[in-house]
Design a binder for this molecule. Structure first.
Ligand SMILES: *Cc1c(COP(=O)(O)O)cnc(C)c1O
Length: 376
């Protein structure tokens, strides 16, 4: 079990207990007052007009596509290097994910390749419908360009901010960088609850109202008046109560994550073989994940073994790019384009633990081990 959850729990025990106890007194388990309070607080934090809580980050993406009436056969452009949820929701609606390669410096969708790919479809008289960009590891994608491309071709943009809640891009917060921003409160994400949860952010009243309807069975005036096909995807009141407690210390936790990332980069600066995450002007990552590139798969395997012998698992996000997943084996005809960097990254990438409750000793151990592991 991940011990930092316990440390966080202990740190804000009273806040969490008080908030949960409040739910136990009003007993409004579905859409209770904490849900509204959290939506208002988080909308205010990211700077969006509206927020809609839902049952998971995956559902936030699904609801967003449904809000744009994505239909079977629609083409949605997205990155080939992400968690399956990003493309799964496209496929679930019968739409077709068109995978675009990443920029190896950011692990985010390569906007030049995105434009080229979209143009290829447009030139073949295919109307592209939308884009899902992902803020990988917490670093926002390049939305100035992505939004401009989308505008030119009359497409929508969804920001998969599951990892980037708290990040900034040109002084704007992640979650508020596209038409809809989707985040996740899954336990390993920067702001997390005691289970599954998610949220959509938008500045459009029309989209907001649609999302509110979609998450409650396509309701009209109430849930016994049904005006469209929706789903059941609400954020539990009890999870909202937990999130409100955790949000009080979120800024503090975010700062600690950033400090660790900077410490790691400094300590590892002389490791020439290993590619460290870049720090870009105008961007602030939420540092959900701190990923590095080994020089090749062999070196990565050695590093993993070295840490494992010392009781530390180094996770790999992601060992297989989306277009290589078995579930997409029949998509070949749509994905003949070059996805070189997604493939290369998946063979070499690994990450060091990063969480706000690490001690200086924990941090030093990680960099010491990593340096030593590259010399054995
Ligand atoms: C975690 C994650 C999701 C899905 O969130 P859930 O809350 O687990 O459904 C989607 N996209 C990315 C990039 C993620 O990391």
């Amino acid at each position: 079990m991940n011990t930092w959850f316990q440390k966080q729990n202990d740190y804000i025990k009273d806040k969490i207990t008080n908030n949960i106890n409040k739910v136990r007194t009003h007993n409004q388990f579905i859409m209770g007052p904490e849900v509204k309070e959290l939506e208002e607080k988080l909308a205010d934090y990211v700077g969006s007009k509206y927020a809609v809580g839902c049952a998971s980050g995956t559902d936030a993406l699904l609801l967003s596509l449904m809000a744009y009436d994505v239909k079977p056969g629609d083409f949605i452009f997205t990155t080939s290097f992400s968690f399956i949820a990003t493309s799964e929701v496209i496929s679930l609606l019968g739409a077709i994910p068109i995978f675009v390669d990443i920029n190896p410096n950011t692990y985010n969708i390569d906007y030049k390749k995105l434009r080229q790919t979209i143009e290829k479809y447009v030139n073949n008289h295919v109307k592209p419908k939308g884009i899902i960009a992902v803020d990988m590891f917490g670093l926002p994608a390049h939305y100035d360009v992505i939004n401009a491309i989308a505008k030119k071709y009359d497409m929508f943009v969804i920001e998969d901010a599951a990892q980037s809640f708290g990040a900034t891009y040109n002084n704007k917060k992640a979650g508020n960088l596209a038409d809809i921003g989707c985040t996740s409160f899954f336990p390993s994400k920067p702001l997390s609850c005691f289970g599954d949860g998610g949220m959509c952010f938008t500045n459009s009243q029309v989209i907001y109202e649609k999302l509110c309807s979609l998450r409650v069975h396509g309701k009209g005036v109430d849930k016994y008046d049904n005006i469209r096909v929706g789903i059941n995807s609400r954020l539990d009141t009890i999870q909202a109560a937990v999130l409100l407690a955790k949000f009080d210390v979120f800024e503090e936790e975010l700062k600690k994550r950033k400090d660790i990332a900077i410490y790691y980069n400094d300590q590892l600066s002389e490791l020439r073989d290993i590619t460290k995450p870049f720090l870009f002007h105008g961007y602030d990552s939420s540092w959900a994940i701190y990923s590095l590139l080994a020089k090749d798969k062999n070196q990565r395997d050695k590093i993993q073994v070295y840490f494992k012998k010392r009781g530390i698992e180094l996770p790999i996000y992601y060992p297989k790019p989306l277009h290589k997943q078995k579930v997409y084996k029949d998509l070949g005809c749509y994905n003949m384009i070059d996805l070189e960097w997604s493939e290369r990254a998946s063979e070499r990438i690994f990450s060091l633990p990063i969480h706000p409750y690490m001690t200086d000793g924990d941090m030093k151990k990680m960099t010491d081990y990593l340096i030593l592991s590259t010399y054995v």
